[in-house]
Design a protein around this ligand. Sequence first.
Ligand code: GLA
Length: 353
Amino acid sequence: MLAVRAPGRVNVIGDHTDYQDGLCLPMAIDREVVVRARGRIDGLVVARSDAIAGVVELPADGSTEPASAEPRWGRSIAAVLRGLAERGRAPIGFDAEVTSTVPVGSGLSSSAAFTVAVTIAAAEIAGLELDGRAVALQAQAAEQHATGLPCGVMDQMASVFGRADHALLLDCRSLDLEAIPLPASVAVAVVHTGVARRLEDSAYAERRAACEAAAAQLGAPTLRDATIDEVAGDPFARHVVSENGRVLDFVDALRAGDLDRCGRLMNASHASLRDDFRVSTPELDALVDALVDAGAYGARLTGAGFGGCVVGLVAAGGVDDIVARAGARYRSTTGLTPVPLVVRAVDGAGLVT
Ligand code: GLA
């Protein structure tokens, strides 16, 4: 019997950069998926969830085509099993019980947390050694395979490498990480707009393709090395290049303790995601404005956009008050009920002992 936990994440700044080899600053949060697994001798993987109906039953050898697995939530398990089989995992079956405190459809990476936890559990039970980067890349590949969504690697890296009280400066080209301390004087507030996010339905893949086309036109593999002048006339590419710069500026400002500047960079990130990259919604805009007006240093949509959550940087002492006032204003302007979550940065995924 073993238990694996994998946290969700919130991205503090740096969205829609990861799939262009760019920079981002996520943190793992104190909402997590736990998979409890026990070996079986019949070569089957049988999974149950406390939140999703249906029992998943799959051969452990990875022979099920992920896109055809039913119930649907078994698709990423099938993709993990297939990916690990290709890495030489012995086809050892197991029972898995899944519990989760990561809100679904919020942009807090519930599915990345799930896939990371399943990857670690499936590897561990079969004695397959994987380092953290291999877990993240494997989980990313499984998610792409299972959903058809060409996600980047930020969510999985954050879930694997999170560190308590730190955000992670992640270079998505080298996969180098640097843990950046979050001062005790600030709180990270996450507020859900009350509008669910459906990534598959969104323009995520279109945006990614537009970035790839822009890079190809510059003769570059990705937009990582493009200069702001080179992309001045292309709003999608301009967002990616300017956002990479904001991530570095934010880290400098955080290190210098200049929280006002951090906030302004978050606001600028939101404006760029709204106006240049066009992944915001009126609800996300309203909630960002409400948080800033209520006294947050800054706020922005977080994750892919198109619904889900905003993230705000707030003075630790005033967080409850600011979030309550922002929520009341948001409710009165939109008629929607916001869901606040104050999150803490936690360590990344691993075995629970
Ligand atoms: C989703 C994807 C990530 C990343 C963000 C946007 O969360 O899974 O890889 O692209 O959107 O920054």
